[in-house]
Design a protein around this ligand. Structure first.
Ligand SMILES: Cc1cc2nc3c(=O)[nH]c(=O)nc-3n(C[C@H](O)[C@H](O)[C@H](O)COP(=O)(O)OP(=O)(O)OC[C@H]3O[C@@H](n4cnc5c(N)ncnc54)[C@H](O)[C@@H]3O)c2cc1C
Length: 390
């Protein structure tokens, strides 16, 4: 078994680390100060992303992306995940289901997204449909050859800066017909209802949307009527791996900061790292990162080399569960090692502490990942998780 990164992979990792250091980290405090990323800086960073070739790393070159494998994406996302305030979002990765569009939809939505000219948001969650998207009340009622979309969506990340919305709705209110519609934000009947504040300070908002009889046609359906949940599943595999890679990056940066601090901070006449209480925390943090990183790399590599949609879905849940819970534990310890300085917003560890909390909630909470894993153990056997690649 050869676990060495190839030269291409090593170069990619180093380029991503340099991009994070030179372009993302220097702008982090702007997000804190403005409670969002100022639009001129956002545009500038998007241009830098394009120039560095980090746009649409998750799409094929045929569709205007960089065509990176899931493993290569994990290497990049790990480095970008070290940055706070979700500033990694400037390196836009258009939703993977957009590739399921027909040629005209790809020309109108996916390709401009890959070039950074359009921005999407994905609206699934509602007041009564969170972990269980089958409960969505948003409907697209068919009258003649048109659809009329009505409902409310919550927590729509990037909803303020997006110019189109991928809306998950039930055609004719029928739960057997979950369907994703591509809805331009300037269509009559689309409104932002409220822009709530959240725990993290983020480069964009997560508004609530109202749709009032928004007129749509067959040309606005992504994939097929009834195919909405399958599209969402594909999206979950990719985003769960992405979140996991971010979490490894976030935990690594926090640990690096805590480790450096422990090597210079003196109390009671000694470096604090000479207190075993501190050194043991650092040891536990290092081991947690090492084991989780091994898991993320293995699953991302396996999904790249031997694509198996169902297995990827089963494993992505385990990776996301482990990595998000690990990041919470590790960053909490990093903050403790930093003492009062770790509680200051100007310290990246404080920001990472707030940032990773949502990783245990969005794209399926930790409990939902356990539900998926439990059901996969029943269906496919325990070896799905405890066995080895063959
Ligand atoms: C900052 C932020 C950004 C988001 N961005 C988006 C977005 O862009 N688009 C979008 O559509 N959504 C988005 N979401 C919504 C997110 O996906 C949901 O919050 C998440 O799926 C959980 O749904 P819920 O909040 O309604 O919690 P609920 O589903 O009500 O869950 C409440 C609690 O019950 C637990 N629970 C629920 N079901 C089970 C079960 N079967 N077994 C055990 N425990 C269970 C949950 O784990 C949780 O602890 C975002 C959320 C946040 C906070």
């Amino acid at each position: 078994m050869d676990l060495t990164l190839s030269k291409r992979e090593r170069d990619l990792q180093e380029r991503a680390a340099r991009f994070a250091r030179e372009h993302l980290f220097p702008n982090e405090m702007l997000v804190e100060e403005h409670n969002t990323l100022p639009s001129d800086i956002f545009s500038q960073l998007k241009r830098e992303v394009l120039a560095a070739g980090f746009n649409a790393i998750n799409h094929t070159s045929e569709h205007g992306g960089q065509g990176l494998s899931l493993f290569e994406q994990a290497l990049v996302n790990e480095q970008f995940g070290m940055a706070t305030g979700g500033i990694w979002g400037v390196a836009y990765q258009p939703a993977i289901p957009l590739k399921e569009g027909n040629a005209e939809q790809r020309r109108r939505y996916l390709e401009p997204c890959c070039r950074g000219e359009r921005t999407y948001c994905f609206a699934i969650s509602e007041a009564s449909a969170g972990s269980d998207p089958r409960q969505v009340k948003t409907t697209a009622v068919r009258r003649g050859n048109r659809y009329y979309l009505s409902g409310e969506k919550w927590f729509v990340t990037h909803g303020d800066i997006a110019d189109f919305i991928m809306v998950h709705a039930h055609v004719d209110g029928d739960p057997a017909k979950p369907t994703v519609f591509l809805v331009d934000k300037d269509r009559p009947g689309v409104h932002i209802k409220r822009v709530p504040k959240f725990m993290h300070t983020y480069i964009s908002e997560h508004p609530e949307f109202v749709f009032e009889e928004v007129e749509l046609g067959d040309e606005d359906i992504l994939g097929t009527i009834g195919g909405g949940l399958d599209l969402t599943k594909d999206w979950f595999v990719e985003t769960r791996l992405k979140i996991a890679a971010h979490c490894v990056g976030a935990a690594t940066r926090a640990t690096e900061i805590a480790n450096a601090y422990a090597a210079e901070r003196v109390q009671f006449g000694r470096l604090i790292r000479d207190f075993q209480a501190i050194e043991f925390m650092l040891a536990d943090m290092a081991v947690e990162i090492m084991s989780t990183k091994s898991l993320v790399y293995r699953v991302a590599w396996q999904a790249s080399q031997r694509p198996d949609r169902k297995l990827a879905h089963a494993h992505a849940s385990a990776v996301k569960l482990q990595a998000s819970e690990m990041a919470g534990r590790v960053i909490d310890k990093a903050l403790q090692i930093l003492g009062g300085r770790g509680y200051m917003r100007e310290n990246a560890v404080e920001r990472l502490y707030r940032d990773v909390r949502v990783d245990r909630i969005w794209e399926g909470s930790s409990e939902i990942q356990r539900v998926v894993i439990g059901s996969q153990i029943r269906k496919r056997g325990l070896a799905t998780y405890t066995g080895w690649v063959d």
